[in-house]
Design a protein around this ligand. Structure first.
Ligand code: SAH
Ligand code: SF4
Length: 474
């Protein structure tokens, strides 16, 4: 989501006449788009800011701006700690990026614009010009903010209340993207399964009803019209039906809200990728309860089993936190057991970090000692890698349909792309002859925990367009 916000900020600045540079040293304007979800990112930010000061000292007139959720959290503190910063804006002020930078040109102090609290946060997501991340793939925000209250999480306080983008504008945005060559979209939200929960009232108006029926047409069965709001499953189906879109992904669904109808759409719509990212966080029911996650390990596994039974070749990935306050050896063992049982294709594992203002940050008497956390983290890594390797080994000999991303970063004689399951696939080929956006059938010959290696069988399709064309969101 943060990366996507960066792309959006860049597109606003480009619309204002700026051009991208490849290094900060060449730039007239540097925007640090920050994330404060974990402490690590927070620490790195102040390091980057210090390094930029010396660049700015040797380059008079250069502007430095700070955006994103750390800006939202630290507000004026950034200006106090780093007075060489020209502008600071929060998560809801990105549309004003160009204007704020202009104001900063004639200001002696840091220009700061932060919309505070839930009032500003519950505004619908602003319509920003969308520059695509690549000519063939794009992220599409369907919802901002979060109404959950996970004890460890800073998102609700920096991103605000949940707010869904209108069904019709999302479908129109995807249509516009498809018309300009995008073949893959990833729908983004903090809890995509609760998409639409907040737009009940507006949907009752006639216009919205008409819009809804026009857009989805026969997808809406007569009986369904009695429903007061669109569900995520409806949106997924509508987006998957947009002509030209061959792959639809989404992240993240919350396990407590994952519904059978979403799985049903995944199973029946060819364009929806067989990949489910379902954050577990912990395998211990006590820890899950303390986190306020709203599910038990057994319920989580039940949903996973149902999803796997319904969706052919489903890849499953997750997020796990190690060392949540009060996590005992037994709790952690429960996590290892669930991880083994879930047999993930991969997992993002995080060391718990107390975030200011969150409920669990106050439970200092229950913090787990760093050496215990480090040891658990390593054990978890081993279990996750073993499971990922097994999953990947099972694909050896199979042919994957790969959407090409470009030359491999580490091995330029290889081309890299992603399979429908979302796995990285490397294969030897001349990158010049298979451009990003091409489709290739690749036979898997080797498996590693984090990627697959294969050999090219054939190129099955070429990019629909080679250049990125800016698209304006509805
Ligand atoms: N909305 C998503 C998660 C978004 S944050 C969901 O509920 O699944 C991405 C991940 O960061 C989380 O799944 C969690 O594993 C991790 N995370 C969030 N806050 C954290 C913290 N304080 N310490 C460690 N990891 C954290
Ligand atoms: Fe944070 Fe929980 Fe909301 Fe995810 S669902 S963003 S972890 S509060």
């Amino acid at each position: 989501m943060n990366e996507h916000d960066s792309v959006r900020i860049a597109s606003i600045l480009e619309a204002d006449g700026m051009v991208p540079t490849s290094t900060a040293e060449d730039a007239d304007v540097v925007v640090l788009n920050t994330c404060c979800i974990r402490e690590n990112a927070d620490n790195k930010f102040y390091g980057h800011l210090g390094a930029l000061k010396s660049v700015k000292d040797s380059r008079p007139g250069m502007q430095i701006a700070v955006a994103g959720c750390l800006a939202q959290k630290d507000k004026e503190a950034i200006a106090e700690r780093a007075p060489w910063v020209d502008a600071v804006w929060g998560t809801h002020n990105s549309t004003r990026a160009a204007e704020l930078l202009r104001q900063a040109l004639s200001s002696d102090v840091t220009v700061c614009e932060i919309v505070d609290g839930p009032a500003g946060a519950s505004e619908p997501p602003p319509a920003l010009p969308v520059r695509r991340d690549s000519p063939h793939s794009a992220w599409v925000t369907i919802q901002v903010g979060c109404d959950n209250n996970c004890a460890f999480c800073i998102v609700p306080s920096v991103r605000g209340a949940e707010s869904s983008k209108a069904f019709s504008s999302i479908v129109q945005e995807v249509r516009a993207l498809a018309a300009s060559g995008t073949v893959e979209v990833t729908l983004l939200g903090q809890n995509v399964n609760s998409y639409g929960r907040d737009i009940t009232t507006s949907l009752r108006s006639d216009v919205a009803w008409r819009e809804r029926t026009d857009l989805a047409g026969p997808l809406w069965a007569a009986g369904e019209r009695a429903r007061a709001r669109p569900l995520f499953a409806d949106l997924l189906r509508a987006v998957a039906s947009v002509q030209g879109i061959r792959r639809v992904r989404y992240t993240s669904p919350h396990p407590k809200d994952l519904r059978a109808d979403t799985i049903e759409v995944m199973a029946s719509e060819k364009a929806v990728c067989p990949h489910l990212h379902l954050p577990l966080q912990s395998g211990s029911d006590d820890v899950l309860a303390a986190m306020h996650r709203g599910y038990t390990a057994a319920r989580y596994l039940e949903k996973l089993t149902a999803a796997r039974a319904a969706v052919d070749g489903l890849a499953v990935t997750t997020d796990i936190i190690v060392g949540f306050p009060g996590e005992t050896d037994r709790d952690f063992d429960a996590t290892l057991e669930v991880v083994a049982e879930a047999s993930y294709d991969s997992a993002y594992t995080f060391i718990y970090s107390p975030r200011p203002g969150t409920e669990s940050a106050a439970w200092t008497d229950r913090f787990v000692p760093a050496d215990v956390v480090a040891e658990r983290f390593e054990r978890l890594r081993v279990v996750v890698e073993r499971s990922a390797l097994l999953k990947h080994q099972a694909r050896v000999g199979m042919i994957e349909e790969v959407l090409v991303e470009g030359p491999s970063k580490r091995r330029p004689e290889m081309v890299t792309g992603r399979s429908a399951q979302g796995k990285l696939v490397h294969f030897p080929a001349d990158p010049a002859s298979i451009p990003p956006g091409a489709w290739a059938d690749v036979r898997v010959v080797r498996a590693a925990p984090h990627y697959l290696e294969g050999e090219l069988v054939e190129v099955t399709g070429w990019p629909r367009r080679k250049v990125s064309i800016p698209v304006v969101a509805a």
